[in-house]
Design a protein around this ligand. Structure first.
Ligand SMILES: Nc1nc2c(c(=O)[nH]1)N[C@H]1C(S)=C(S)[C@@H](COP(=O)(O)OP(=O)(O)OC[C@H]3O[C@@H](n4cnc5c(=O)[nH]c(N)nc54)[C@H](O)[C@@H]3O)O[C@H]1N2
Ligand SMILES: Nc1nc2c(c(=O)[nH]1)N[C@H]1C(S)=C(S)[C@@H](COP(=O)(O)OP(=O)(O)OC[C@H]3O[C@@H](n4cnc5c(=O)[nH]c(N)nc54)[C@H](O)[C@@H]3O)O[C@H]1N2
Ligand code: SF4
Ligand SMILES: [Mo]
Length: 753
């Protein structure tokens, strides 16, 4: 039966075989046009100006008129043309041959064969044997995002995995408990705050995560310029910490610090009880929860003197406005969920929730939080995973479980996996074990721009468009923008080669296994009748019937996809984040933040019993480090981004370097309980807190990205574990931070060789 698409998507019309280029963003062959777009590499979502002639991208520059980023963009976004035009980019579907090499095949052949193999697996083992893996890049492709959750829903598989479970699952859990939705996450109102406490985040390099504060670094600088304070808590004097007051902390000590700050606040009567009564339910739990905490034990675990913790608590509580913000440094350790709970409680208990300069809810232009809540696509612990008994988080299972889900026989054993825009062979814990398990699957498919450490293991590699080549709106960051705005753009340039939108690829695979990649009531039935709603149709309806929408003409000043796509640039919705919207935004009983949960009490007990002593065998604590010109495991193939003497370096304090016989520049061996790697060079620097060492993740490439392979290095995640009991238990989020290691110099071995 031929299928009718209710509404044309740019993604679909942009494919050469399925119609002419009908995009408002693409110029004709000889015309030079400049389009205002946004970058789809990281959560900065920076406004860019692209100059295009035909299919040629002439330049990318920061957009000075973008309401949020106001003329800022980083080297990665500006260099992205080189990714689009990378000679190593995959431009045709590839199929693995018997000898392990890959051969080019047509889309029809790849998709038909994949369909056939999936149907056979489903016939034998059921749809619950099919796995899906969502990588970071899916967060910049609304069509892929919707189709992915749609496919998982239609297949009724629990094998939906997300890179979020090596990143932010703890945040999803706490947001569900406190505010009633995984995806309703307050952001720091940096632009108006008097005091910013920045814990385990390095926005001067990362440009922010779960907080899309345009010109993040400058906005933080402005806090101190107007007489406020910024305190950065980090084991390393990071690029951000070096600009402000720095409080060094032992890796994974944050949960102790945050609990201790709250204890001081309650013990000294500094809590805003009125705010707690007005905005929350169950706040009585807090003093009880904190009673057994011993400040000196917390101080030892965090490596911060008691007096300093007390002073910080008093200063934060007495600031006219304050926000505590935390990111990766406190979300990829063993108490990520409890730490995030305390972070939010610190904001709430000091009267800073939903107040100017505090911890605020953003203003998305498409209210996805409400849409997803209504469709019940958010939640926590509605079911448990088969092997490890992890609670589900937003419909996903944690990546740590993948090898066990592949290897444990029984109903629901995973047999096939579609990996979309992820490189788990490098980014996931115990990466070596994951690769071995992947090779045991009946079918592994990878949608990736490159032949990466992961896609080279696949039976089929399917080449996606990059963000410059497809329609988009900032689906993931629109709720987190410091300056709320709306933007929706068509493809800037046509796809290279045979690259296709990830969403299209998923849709084609879905068709071949007889499902509609949609998870709303009636979607499968409508699909059988030949009706499929495209992601852009669904999102447009969401926009038009939402708070900023045009209500199909009833509110002429409102927004629609068409209006936004016709406009060259983003629309500013407000000067800053809204305040006083708590009751309107949250989904919990009585519009109150729910603070009392059995889970939190249990986690507190676990934390108090946790062994924080340093082992003699593995005396150092390894943390991850992000660099300006990397993006997790990719972008190392771009000459401009890898220029200079860039190699993977282990940072170590001079005291530790002397103790372990390491000199600046030495190659080093790093050993953990779970693995051993060597990295090209040490950087001896007092920016590290003694006892901790830092290493960028996502290096040590194999596969077809030749320059990336040539720069060497090793995968950080050979040192990490996927043991279920090593995770942040409530969320199953992997612990890849604060890994106990020992190090030694390899210089003498090199010299001898
Ligand atoms: N240039 C660049 N930008 C990126 C990325 C990238 O790879 N490169 N990745 C993107 C992604 S996926 C994300 S999630 C965001 C992350 O955004 P951020 O979290 O802001 O970035 P990180 O560099 O991971 O910052 C974590 C900081 O925590 C510190 N830290 C490590 N361990 C601890 C600890 O136990 N406690 C405390 N308090 N601090 C600790 C580290 O030293 C580091 O400075 O960045 C995004 N932006
Ligand atoms: N040790 C350690 N491990 C970590 C972290 C850490 O700090 N330390 N950080 C964690 C974090 S925060 C994250 S978010 C994860 C990231 O985990 P992943 O998502 O697995 O890693 P990325 O490197 O972001 O992978 C992106 C992949 O998508 C491909 N790609 C780019 N654009 C597109 C596209 O449009 N479509 C498709 N189909 N593919 C595309 C790239 O080529 C690349 O292979 O890693 C986690 N792992
Ligand atoms: S900060 Fe992120 S979004 Fe902004 S230009 Fe750089 S890579 Fe792109
Ligand atoms: Mo991330």
């Amino acid at each position: 039966m031929s299928t009718q698409v209710l509404y044309e998507t740019q993604g679909e019309v942009a494919h050469p075989q399925s119609g002419p280029m009908a995009s408002s963003n693409t110029g004709s062959a000889d015309e030079t046009v400049t389009r205002k777009i946004f970058c789809g590499v990281c959560e900065g979502s920076c406004g860019l100006e692209a100059t295009v002639r035909g299919s040629e991208l002439l330049s990318l520059r920061p957009d000075p008129d973008h309401p949020n980023t106001r003329g800022f963009a980083c080297s990665k976004g500006l260099a992205f043309g080189a990714v689009r035009d990378d000679p190593d980019r995959l431009l045709h579907p590839l199929k693995r041959q018997a000898d392990g090499s890959f051969a080019r095949v047509s889309w029809d052949q790849a998709l038909d064969e994949i369909g056939e193999r999936l149907r056979a697996i489903i016939a034998q083992h059921g749809t619950e044997s099919i796995g899906l893996y969502q990588g970071n890049s899916v967060a910049w492709n609304f069509g892929a995002f919707l189709n992915l959750f749609g496919m998982a829903g239609a297949l009724k598989t629990k094998h939906l995995y997300s890179a979020a479970s090596i990143d932010i699952n703890g945040y999803w859990v706490i947001s569900e408990l406190l505010y009633g939705s995984n995806f309703l996450n307050p952001i720091p109102d940096v632009a108006r705050t008097d005091f910013m406490l920045c814990i385990g985040a390095n926005p001067a390099v990362s440009h922010g995560s779960m907080a899309n504060i345009g010109r993040f670094r400058d906005t933080m600088m402005a806090v101190t310029q107007r007489g406020g304070r910024v305190v950065v808590v980090d084991p390393r004097r990071s690029e951000t910490a070096s600009l402000f007051e720095h409080v060094p902390i032992r890796p994974n000590g944050d949960v102790w610090l945050l609990a201790a700050l709250l204890k001081v606040i309650f013990d000294e009567g500094l809590a805003d009880l009125e705010a707690l009564r007005e905005q929350t339910a169950g706040h009585e739990i807090l003093p009880q929860l904190l009673a057994p905490l011993d400040l000196s034990a917390a101080s030892a675990a965090a490596g911060i003197p008691v007096e300093q913790i007390q002073q910080l608590a008093r200063d934060f509580a007495s600031a006219p406005s304050a926000c505590a913000y935390g990111r990766c440094g406190m979300s990829i350790g063993p108490f990520a969920s409890l730490g995030k709970y305390f972070l939010d409680v610190l904001n709430i208990a000091t009267g800073n929730l939903d107040r100017p300069g505090g911890w605020c809810f953003g203003r998305p232009f498409i209210d996805l939080e409400t849409m997803m809540h209504r469709m019940k696509s958010t939640g926590y612990d509605r079911w448990r995973t088969r092997v490890d008994d992890f609670p589900e988080v937003a419909g996903t299972s944690p990546v740590v479980s993948i090898p066990r889900e592949i290897r444990t026989p029984g109903k629901g054993q995973m047999r096939a996996m579609l990996v979309i825009g992820a490189n788990p062979a490098s980014s996931s814990p115990a990466a070596g074990e994951l690769c071995a398990a992947f090779s045991e699957l009946d079918l592994l498919i990878s949608q990736d721009v490159y032949m990466t450490e992961t896609s080279r293991l696949a039976h089929y590699i399917l080449p996606p468009t990059v963000w410059l080549e497809r329609e988009g709106f900032p689906i993931f960051t629109q709720s987190h923008a410091g300056v709320p705005h709306a933007q929706w753009v068509g493809p800037t340039v046509p796809p290279r080669g045979e690259a296709r939108d990830d969403a299209w690829i998923m849709d084609e695979i879905s068709r071949r296994i007889g499902i509609v990649p949609a998870d709303f009531p009636g979607a499968q039935l409508l699909g059988k009748l030949g009706l499929r709603a495209s992601p852009s149709f669904l999102m447009d309806v969401g926009l038009r019937t939402g708070p900023e929408g045009d209500w199909f003409g009833l509110r002429p000043s409102g927004l629609s996809r068409k209006k936004l796509m016709e406009r060259n640039g983003a629309v500013k919705l407000a000067d800053g984040v809204p305040v006083g919207v708590l009751k309107k935004r949250i989904f919990t009983k009585g519009g109150k933040v729910q603070l009392d949960h059995a889970l939190i009490r249990k986690e507190m007990t676990r934390m108090l019993a946790f062994d924080t002593t340093v082992s003699d065998e593995y005396p150092l604590s390894l943390i991850s480090l992000r660099e300006l010109r990397s993006q997790n495991t990719w972008l190392h193939n771009i000459p401009k981004l890898i220029a200079g003497d860039r190699v993977q370096r282990l940072r170590i304090h001079p005291i530790d370097a002397a103790r372990y016989g390491i000199e600046d520049g030495d190659p080093v061996e790093i050993t953990s309980r779970d693995g051993q790697i060597s990295v090209p060079a040490a950087r001896v620097t007092d920016e590290m807190m003694p006892g901790s060492v830092a290493l960028p993740h996502g290096w040590g490439h194999t596969g077809g990205w030749q320059r990336a392979v040539a720069v060497g290095g090793s995968g950080y995640n050979a040192l990490t574990t996927n043991r279920a009991d090593s995770t942040d238990l409530p969320s199953g989020n992997a612990t890849v931070n604060g890994i106990a290691v020992r190090v030694r110099s390899l210089k003498s071995f090199e010299a001898a060789a």
